[in-house]
Ligand binder design. Sequence first.
Ligand code: F0G
Length: 458
Amino acid sequence: MELFPEPFRIKTVEPIKMISREEREAELKKAGYNLFLIDAEKIFVDLLTDSGTSAMSDKQWASIMVGDESYAGCRNFKNLEKTIRDIFGFKHLIPTHQGRAAENILFSLMVKPGDYVPNNTHFDTTRANVEANGGVAMDLVVDEAKDLTSQFPFKGNMDIKKLENFIREVGPDKIPLGMITITNNSIGGQPVSLDNIRQTAAVYRKYGILFFIDACRYAENSYFIKTREPGYENAKPIDIAREIFSMADGCTMSAKKDALVNIGGFLALNSDQLFEQFKQKLILVEGFPTYGGLAGRDLEAISTGLYEGLDEDYLKYRIAHTRYLADRLEEEGVPYVKPSGGHGIYVDAKAFLPHIPQEQFPGQALVAALYLEGGIRSVEIGSVMFAKYEANGKIIPPALELVRLAIPRRVYTLSHLDYVASVFGKVRQNMEQIKGLKFTYAPKALRHFTARFKPVEE
Ligand code: F0G
């Protein structure tokens, strides 16, 4: 792919510091080999997440200065409502402090025990919110997603046949709403085609099921449609986005992704009746409806960011930037989920470190090795996060052991990415020395955040 230079200049910089290898070794031990437990100041290149880590533009910082902090009826709410109607076409806006708060409001009011929610692939917080209300979160992604080397352009797609069979099996009255996640984060930031969204919407409509989109990375998904789906070469990303959302009844959004802000989210929808219920819950758990979980200034920065995130030059740069890291990793012989996704690269840790068995967490071992070698922070998406256990304690590992290198938006330059690839090269040279890990502490739920490990041979 052709590179497209950053369509921005750098006006403010934030120094980062590389501590010595000895210090990194000490930090790793102190943190029990869990990168969530290391202070950000001890990290050189932080690829833990693309969420809330974007650099805001000068215009967004200017938006912060025009925040109207009135408790009721602030002008920034009016403006965000106008923006949402323009891009997403939804009538009602529920502003929340981030994506999962929108999910909480949506599912706590719609899902009851025994219900099902289909999705291409639920993100962890989406699944957790469905399950917290007694529902079953069902993933129905296409089979291509499971083949890490397949170059299928829309690996994030919903499997339409599986979806329809599933609805018939459990019955539409047990499905209060259906979803689709664009891009599909959990399987590699892979996009969903417009045709697939259209077919998904048609199936939900056929069975009278409300259709909500998890919109976190909708702008990146729109750009993938433009560049990969025949017939959209000349369409503007904003028009593709409009077409996508015209097919849905509502969406949940973490503005910390494609709206280029550090905090914020929303729920948007058309139904007047549901809006009334959601609004009451918003008042209970977040705030008055015209600011919800945010300050007026945050609402304004989101409005500005939503348009910037859809800018065609920005998206051209963004997708090429991510692709650049994939190409450099390819040169270093690093196996990763193909094709490269929108917001990051997902390395196949099982293939990269074949000498470490799954019960010794190859993904976590690679995460630790990348920090020790180069101060890089990444995240394991494998057995630490998802393994299940038999009654006798035997591990049932997930199919994939991945390490995600998420790329914050407008933050790192190509030389940072070159650096990351070169660290992988060094790790590869000393691969045999990397040891598997075992738990010294593991909480029951969401253990990846606080678990502690030590190398197996100690
Ligand atoms: N949906 C998707 C697809 C996400 O990727 C996330 C967050 C959320 C919902 C929840 O949004 O964090 O604002 O509450 N993903 C982050 C990540 C945390 O690192 O992938 P939130």
